[in-house]
Design a protein around this ligand. Structure first.
Ligand code: HEM
Length: 141
């Protein structure tokens, strides 16, 4: 009886090893079903043609609705950024950033809030901006 159990277990083990080896090899030489078809390279029909995080037009009125530290949008050089999640990480007193929520803040960004005597943000700070972008500031009516 014991011999049969050992034999069956051994057979199952080698079956498993063989199946594993076959799939590994087979998958590596078989292209995905849709590879090479032109449709697979094109974006889905419902996807927006252009990144709407940069094209979405935001009026000064809409911008002004996000004037809280927990819901903070600000405009810099024509682009609107939602920095609600960045606020708590910003390396300055919270009010330095929060007073600009809901407002046009290009000069503040360029001077770090010290109009007339401020220094610009670093290239590292500039490079962070795109990840918070939500749209483009539309002219006031
Ligand atoms: C527009 C309103 C803003 C004001 C008034 C402001 C002001 C300041 C101040 C006072 C400091 C600390 C002093 C210093 O490091 O020299 C600072 C540092 C910094 N801020 Fe802002 N900030 C603003 C918006 C932003 C935004 C939107 C970002 C990025 C998404 C940002 C990223 C940084 C970074 C990375 C630093 C560290 C120093 C540097 O890299 O320049 N700030 N900011």
């Amino acid at each position: 009886m014991m011999r049969v159990v050992v034999l069956v277990a051994t057979a199952l083990f080698w079956l498993g090893v063989a199946s594993f080896a076959w799939h590994g090899w087979h998958d590596s030489v078989t292209p995905p079903a849709d590879a090479g078809s032109p449709a697979s390279a094109a974006p889905a029909a419902s996807a927006p043609a252009v990144d709407d995080r940069s094209t979405r037009r935001i009026t000064p009125t809409e911008l002004a609705r996000h004037a809280h530290s927990h819901d903070c949008w600000l405009a810099i050089d024509g682009a609107v950024y939602d920095v609600s999640t960045y606020g708590p990480l910003h390396p300055a007193e919270p009010e330095v950033l929060s007073v600009w929520c809901g407002r046009e803040a290009s000069a503040a960004y360029r001077t770090k809030g010290y109009a007339g005597s401020g220094r610009p943000h670093s290239a590292r700070a500039d490079a962070m901006l795109p990840r918070y972008r939500v749209g483009t500031l539309a002219p006031a009516n």
